[in-house]
Design a protein around this ligand. Structure first.
Ligand code: F6R
Length: 249
């Protein structure tokens, strides 16, 4: 497995999303077993699902790890099954044996407290990220300041439409969320980005090969010293050719 060394970020292409997820879990597992994974930032949505399932399949024990969700909808009733607290508990904490007291989710009533809580826990050792079709990371939509901290934001209509698949209808998708800021995300020691599908190919190419601009939030990831993109072939299909070298089967 090789990557792109000319860029700060490394992009590794795998034939399938399952293979990409497995490679991402190799990184997470190595960090866990070296004792370097005390805090884990977790994205929700479709992209990291195969990562969490593979972690569970390998029976990784995260009972000593503290989880920090990337974001949370605002306005859903407590316990709603699509709230990100519920998703993190169901898809990550429960299968990986993280006790409920170690699961943290940002609170729209006091967003700044989340950055303090992360700092009090020594910062995030590894952040798992997905990327939106418009290039958002967390719910930092295009135009978000690269210096932003955890805060309440409006969701783009395209994001609400993309996420309507998790709800009964578009009308049920909240309009606002609380998200780790771009700076909060960059403060993580290590970042693993997992992206699959042709509908993300343009965002991936813009983030890795295009200009660094707040119009494309994921382009900020090149500022980070330790970020690895795990892509399937579809997500990598619009990258400049060198970035597609070196993937596995
Ligand atoms: C989720 C999150 C979002 C998603 C992104 C991609 O916690 O912060 O940035 O990672 O919207 O979502 P999927 O993977 O569902 O396409």
């Amino acid at each position: 497995m090789t990557g792109i060394t000319a860029r700060k970020s490394v992009a590794v292409t795998h034939r399938t999303a399952t293979a990409a997820a497995s490679a991402a879990v190799d990184v997470i597992e190595a960090l866990l077993h070296s004792g370097g994974l005390r805090t884990l930032g977790v994205a929700t949505g479709s992209s990291p699902g195969p990562v969490y399932r593979e972690m569970a399949r390998r029976q990784l024990d995260l009972s000593e790890v503290t989880l920090f969700a990337l974001d949370e909808y605002i306005g859903l009733p407590d316990g709603h099954q699509e709230s990100y607290r519920a998703v993190v508990e169901r898809e990550v904490a429960h299968p990986l044996r993280v006790p409920p007291a170690r699961v943290h989710v940002p609170d729209g009533a006091d967003p700044a407290a989340y950055d303090e809580l992360i700092a009090d826990n020594g910062g995030i050792d590894l952040q798992i990220l997905g990327v939106g079709r418009n290039g958002h990371i967390g719910f930092n939509e295009p135009g978000s300041s690269f210096d932003s901290l955890t805060r309440v934001v409006d969701l783009d209509e395209s994001t609400r439409e993309a996420n309507a698949r998790f709800f009964g209808s578009l009308a049920e998708v909240p309009h606002r969320s609380v998200t780790q800021g771009v700076r909060t995300i960059l403060n993580a020691r290590r970042i693993v980005v997992v992206v699959s599908g042709v509908d993300k190919a343009a965002a991936v190419a813009a983030a890795i090969d295009g200009p660094r601009t707040e119009a494309m939030p994921a382009s900020v990831l090149r500022d980070h010293a330790d970020v690895t993109w795990f892509l399937d072939e579809d997500a990598a299909s619009q990258l400049r050719p060198p970035a597609r070298d070196g993937g596995d089967a």
